[in-house]
Ligand binder design. Structure first.
Ligand SMILES: [Zn+2]
Ligand SMILES: [Zn+2]
Length: 328
């Protein structure tokens, strides 16, 4: 089982969030049929989003979306997580694979590219505007980028460790740890923490040799680690897609286009980009979509459909530039 623990060290001066995400990252790799390099990028982002949710969110319904976009062949990686331990995510080009770097590590920075940005969006359900902030990529290796984001955007000094290790194309170790200096942290404690981190090595190497708790004890040597989570929080790869949402997406095609899908393919297949789930929509389901709808006379964009929550408001501008006018 994948799980997350939280702790404090140095009398409350250092905050720690750590997660073993091996199971859920392997599920994500399989769902997206990701290459080793793409799986490493996706796994680091999934772990990173889970850690960030415990650093940035307060309300149990809020969610954090972590998006990294770079100039490399991978395109980008996105992950969304909440305090409930559910996370989902995908990479733009899951087939992209690069040769390992000289040190044997997967070349995530090369695949993502070093020019680009890291964006973190906090969404406040069920209402409230999402809050978004972004900074330039530090290296495209994801852990450093998250640390840079936290330093620049949140003014929190953090060490971020993320790792994904594959064997025979499958994820066998994946995890992440954030260690943060809280206001009032003791200088001597931070110096010791930095020395511990420098001496630590690779996270996935350590995960092969010991438990996550043993690793935290090692990183917090001399700093009196105190766990805050009595029981570890279970984590899972979980998407909120449904047959209903897939059908809603089909409503954006015109009735004529939907009939064409039925006559040419006998139905329609929808693939959720978040989780890779494939759904087959039969003719009767497609025909159940209300045809009582209003479209842009210029470009055909769906403005409003009877019974559907998503719509473009009156007096907004259509993507083609025409002002939206809905019938009364
Ligand atoms: Zn999905
Ligand atoms: Zn239009």
């Amino acid at each position: 089982m994948s799980f997350l623990v939280r702790g404090l060290a140095a009398g409350g001066g250092i905050r720690i969030v750590a997660a073993d995400t091996t199971k859920l990252v392997e599920e994500a790799r399989a769902r997206h049929e990701a290459s080793p390099t793409a799986a490493a990028a996706l796994g680091r982002a999934l772990s990173g989003a889970l850690l960030l949710s415990h650093v940035l969110l307060k309300n149990p319904q809020d969610r954090v979306t972590l998006r990294l976009r770079g100039s490399g062949p991978l395109g980008g990686v996105i992950a969304e997580a909440g305090l409930d331990g559910a996370v989902r995510g995908y990479v733009t080009n899951p087939d992209i694979d690069l040769p390992p770097k000289d040190d044997g590590k997967l070349d995530v920075g090369g695949a993502l590219g070093r020019n680009g940005d890291i964006q973190v969006i906090r969404s406040h359900a069920p209402y409230g505007e999402p809050y978004s902030s972004s900074v330039d990529l530090a290296s495209g290796e994801i852990a450093e980028d998250i640390a840079m984001f936290l330093a620049q955007s949140e003014q929190i000094n953090s060490a971020v460790l993320l790792g994904v290790y594959l064997e025979a194309g499958k994820v066998v170790q994946s995890g992440g740890i954030i260690l943060q200096a809280l206001p009032g942290a003791d200088d001597a404690a931070l110096t010791l923490l930095e020395a511990n981190i420098r001496a630590f090595g690779q996270l996935t190497d350590a995960m092969r040799q010991g438990s996550l708790l043993e690793i935290l004890e090692q990183l917090c040597w001399g700093l009196e680690l105190k766990l805050l989570t009595k029981d570890a929080l279970p984590l899972k790869f979980d998407c909120r897609c449904s047959d209903e949402k897939a059908l809603d997406a089909l409503a954006y095609f015109s009735p004529a286009e939907r009939e064409q899908m039925i006559s040419e393919d006998g139905g329609a297949e929808a693939v959720c980009h978040w989780c890779g789930e494939k759904r087959w929509m039969a003719p009767e389901a497609i025909r159940s979509i209300s045809s009582d709808e209003t479209r842009c006379p210029d470009c055909g964009t769906l403005w409003h459909r009877e019974g559907q929550a998503t719509m473009i408001r009156e007096q907004e501008t259509c993507s083609c530039g025409r002002p939206v006018m809905l019938p009364v």
